[in-house]
Ligand binder design. Structure first.
Ligand SMILES: *Cc1c(COP(=O)(O)O)cnc(C)c1O
Length: 433
């Protein structure tokens, strides 16, 4: 392949690219895990567990101290009283996913929120009772959907429509849209990912939401791999709901509280069927304890319990880094540059040995951070490559049957790390051939 140095970013040195990018400095705001000989690891698994911002401990300690000093009074006093604590996250979170404040709430965890959303938005009636999901969906999503169908006394064999991917594990948006049109009278709900966790494929959420609405089918997105990764415009795109977690690209720590979006056309409808709890009840009368449920007319109306404040404090610390970096627009632009550089370098050095499973960006769909790589050499197992990358201080993620997932994150990964990764991979693979 001939390479034109003027429009090929990998021609400039990785170091220069790092120095030229004002966003590079945000790396200093994170703790970078180290190898046993105390070198920073090349951490390409922010799609699995994002790194810890340096300020997280401070915000957690503030709440631990409030609890020490104030006890129960911490609910109402302190800089950030616990009673409304989740509200301190709303605007920053809504900004990151392109939503209005009343459409977003941080609560529970992803799969719990998925069930709560299906309790409202999966209302099978007559023939209209199927749920459409993607083949090889993340197991938790598959289990949640299947169990919802059974919960309604229905059979997954009749009611679960699993769309098969092509032989590379990818999904064709045209086919899914056609399917929605053909099956509109039988589909009660569509649940699709914003970014498919295995291949890193970015779905055309805007188009899917539009086609679903035109055909009168509810649609929800699982944004586990999209929140904090892509520029999202949930309000304008108009899905009925979306759910995500905060411990992947959102850097809020293992098992931290998840996020939930309910479109404003539903969020303000207090009559909608839901599984309710006291934290979703009208704030003015919550403590009258009168057992007459009145939903808050926002996404908060789906809350069940008073939330874990320490986890929310970690989310606050993380959202603050995103805010200071300017939100998703500059970060997503940096991702496009990193992604292009990564692809070019892989292609130059390893074009015949590595297949990039993840589709490239096009004029409609931007790419995300993740590149899923398949090793093509028949005499090398992908899993042994992953082991050798570990020994070289590079953290990647291996998924059966044969994919190495890498996710350079715009907040803390650098161009020099991509260069190091590709050079290391080349020495592992080209040694073998
Ligand atoms: C990470 C992930 C989950 C995890 O669910 P939790 O309820 O947070 O444990 C679920 N679905 C998808 C698609 C994921 O990527």
């Amino acid at each position: 392949m001939s390479v034109n140095p003027t429009n090929n970013p990998s021609a400039s040195s990785a170091k220069e690219l790092d120095e030229a990018d004002p966003l590079s400095r945000f790396r200093d705001e994170f703790y970078i895990p180290e190898t046993p000989d105390r070198q920073p690891r090349t951490y390409f698994v922010g799609n699995s567990l994002g790194l810890q911002p340096r300020r997280t401990a401070e915000l957690l300690n503030e709440e631990l101290e409030n609890w020490q000093r104030l006890g129960v009074r911490g609910h109402f006093t302190g800089r950030f009283p616990w009673m409304p604590y989740h509200e301190f996250l709303t605007s920053a979170m809504a900004f990151l996913v392109g939503a209005r404040d009343e459409e977003v709430v941080m609560m529970n965890s992803l799969t719990t929120n998925l069930h709560l959303m299906m309790a409202t938005f999966y209302r099978p009636t007559g023939r209209k009772r199927k749920i459409l999901i993607e083949g090889h969906a993340f197991p938790s999503d598959h289990y949640a959907v299947e169990s919802q169908i059974k919960w309604h006394g229905l059979a997954p064999e009749d009611c679960l429509h699993v769309v098969a991917p092509n032989s590379n594990g990818l999904f064709d948006m045209d086919s899914i849209c056609e399917l929605i049109e053909q099956q509109r009278d039988e589909l009660a709900l569509i649940l699709l990912p914003g970014v498919q966790y295995y291949t890193g494929q970015v779905f055309d959420m805007q188009r899917l939401a539009q086609v679903a609405r035109e055909n009168d089918v509810c649609i929800g997105f699982d944004l586990a791999h999209a929140a904090g990764n892509l520029r999202l415009q949930l309000h304008d795109w108009g899905p009925d709901f979306a759910v995500w977690c905060s411990y992947k690209y959102l850097n809020a720590g293992p098992g931290s509280v998840g996020g939930c979006f309910v479109h404003s056309r539903h969020a303000t409808n207090t009559e909608l069927m839901r599984l309710a709890g006291w934290w979703g009840h009208d704030k003015q009368t919550r403590f009258l304890m009168e057992n007459n449920f009145q939903a808050i007319p926002t996404a908060e109306g789906w809350q069940l319990s008073n939330p874990p404040i320490l986890s929310l404090a970690a989310i606050r610390a993380s959202l603050d880094v995103f805010r200071r970096a300017g939100g998703m627009e500059p970060l997503a632009e940096r991702t496009q540059r990193i992604n292009q550089y990564f692809r070019n370098l892989l292609n130059e050095r390893l074009g015949d040995t590595i297949h990039v499973l993840t589709p490239a960006a096009n004029d409609k769909i931007a790419c995300g951070c993740q590149l899923s790589l398949q090793v093509l050499s028949p005499n090398v197992s992908g899993k042994s490559v992953k082991g050798k990358l570990d020994s070289a201080g590079i953290e990647t993620d291996w998924r059966e049957p044969n994919v190495i997932r890498t996710a350079p994150v715009p907040l803390y990964n650098r161009f020099v790390e991509i260069k190091y990764f590709v050079e290391t991979l080349a020495s592992i693979l080209l040694d073998h051939s």
